[in-house]
Design a binder for this molecule. Sequence first.
Ligand SMILES: Nc1ncnc2c1ncn2[C@@H]1O[C@H](COP(=O)(O)OP(=O)(O)OP(=O)(O)O)[C@@H](O)[C@H]1O
Ligand SMILES: [Mg+2]
Length: 321
Amino acid sequence: MSAAGSLVVDGLTVRFRLPRAEAEVRAVSDVSFSLAAGECLALVGESGCGKSVMAAALLGLLPANAWIGGRATLIDDDDAELELVGAAEGVLAREVRGRRIGLVPQSPAAHLTPVRTVRSQLEETVRELLRSERAQVRTIAEGVAERAAYPVDHLDRYPHELSGGLAQRAAVALALVGDPWLIVADEPTTGLDRALVERTADELRRLADAGHAVLLVTHDLAAAERIADRVAVMYAGRIVEVAPAAVFFGDGPRHPYARGLLAALPEREFVPIPGMPPELTALPQGCVFAARCGSASTECTKLPVLVDGVACHHPEGVGCG
Ligand SMILES: Nc1ncnc2c1ncn2[C@@H]1O[C@H](COP(=O)(O)OP(=O)(O)OP(=O)(O)O)[C@@H](O)[C@H]1O
Ligand SMILES: [Mg+2]
């Protein structure tokens, strides 16, 4: 694992230009958070709120129509900094992707090469990232597969022969090969049954406990509760709350949107948040959640900033109305 002490994201912003359109897609707006070695941060929020775009931005994997601003800095133990935003493609390819940051992509089947077996793709990644002796490549590949709960006797399958869950685990294995310091896992448990969700989540937790950092992008709040230290809630491209997991799943978050997200769970109140998120091409001036919020007031026409982990003019909880 390459030595790194933390990831500091500051004001990260991503816009997409649309062909023949005046408006742009404001996919990620002024996102700031930090992540230290040994920590797992869960990033949650409704579909389309910008989670995967943010993950792609960290790895320099945005498409050509994207504009990116702000900073995302990897800081080594010895305080050496590597700025990810605007880094040259050569640096990202040689030093970042797979080595310092491993990505488990959201649609793993689309990222596997269709004409090659999982074994051959894993072994190639082992050769490329670890420069291992020929004799060791097979053993290392099988070891990584096992850690990712990918059955070794299915390694000779082609991607089209994999279930969604197997493709998911193959993607986790590929992300682990280079022993990256930061693992960005974008919905790594989709399509898995509960036992495999828990096994995959527990492997991510083990990695954090071993000194890695884990950014878990997920819709699965049970998986987040199982392994996350902190939970960041994203809404319409913004982080509206960051809370310790024990508080988030205990007393509850303070932002009305975050509270609504939890209350919508079948095992809780099972009450959906009324309304729909705003179009990212037509975001309101002030609080992005105001139109759906029961506590909204005239103050909410001003954009709230993140104070004590919550961006809201009327946060619930101690000392607030
Ligand atoms: N290349 C692109 N050009 C224009 N808009 C894009 C592009 N890629 C993503 N978007 C838009 O950015 C927004 C955020 O998408 P993103 O995939 O990050 O959502 P998400 O939070 O990961 O959702 P989900 O939970 O469904 O995975 C969406 O409105 C999406 O349509
Ligand atoms: Mg996504």
